[in-house]
Ligand binder design. Structure first.
Ligand code: FES
Ligand code: FES
Length: 201
């Protein structure tokens, strides 16, 4: 077993993991982050997409079934469960998926939304072709992708036109910095008290 420390959705978790454990299984089985789903386990479908800081501290979209948990040691991870804003307000991409009917069965949706957040962080005003290219690693068996593209376009516009947050000494940034992601809370350290292991499907 190897000791790792990963900050997930603003909370630091210290755990012992087997070197062969995939990050997606660590998130689901040890940390209870079952919003991140497993569609293929072979890095084809994108359902397990999360955001993870790289060596340069940049947050990038990653298929968490293609990363070992030990490789995430020291990283900050954002899952679909960490996207919501204050008082559980939906992230603009989540809101747009809801309003544009960009899902049917919903299985691809967590990964699709995380990939869209990653895309809009890199390119705040993508064309439809750029949206399709940006999401090409994420498969959907239901929607035909049309409404997904509409949703990402709507989210991009909403994020570009969002009112800046009031400039106070406590909150000097714009309303939607860093892809509209909520700020991480200070590390609490240690393993949370209520971690319920959930078996992978
Ligand atoms: S479960 Fe990771 S890409 Fe399909
Ligand atoms: S909504 Fe069913 S797989 Fe995308």
């Amino acid at each position: 077993m190897t000791r790792i420390s990963v900050t997930v959705d603003g909370v630091r978790y210290d755990d012992d993991v087997e070197p062969r454990t995939l990050l997606v299984h660590h998130l689901r089985d040890q940390l209870g982050k079952i919003g991140t789903v497993v569609g293929c386990d072979t890095s084809n479908c994108g359902a397990c997409t999360i955001l993870m800081t790289n060596a340069d501290g940049q947050r990038c979209g990653v298929k968490s079934c293609s990363v070992l948990a030990v490789q995430a040691d020291g990283s900050e991870v954002t899952t679909i469960e960490g996207l919501a804003g204050p008082e559980n307000s939906l992230h603009p991409v989540q809101k747009a998926f809801h309003e544009k009917h960009a899902l049917q069965c919903g299985f691809c949706t967590p990964g699709m939304i995380m990939a869209a957040v990653d895309l809009l962080t890199e390119n705040p005003d993508p064309t439809d072709a750029e949206i399709r290219e940006g999401l090409e690693g994420n498969l959907c068996r239901c929607t035909g992708y049309q409404n997904i593209v509409r949703a990402v376009r709507a989210a991009a516009e909403a994020m570009r036109t969002a009112e800046p947050a009031p400039s106070t000494p406590e909150a000097p940034e714009a309303a939607l910095p860093d892809g509209g992601l909520p700020k991480a809370e200070p590390s609490k350290g240690g393993v949370p008290e209520e971690v319920v292991p959930v078996p992978a499907p």
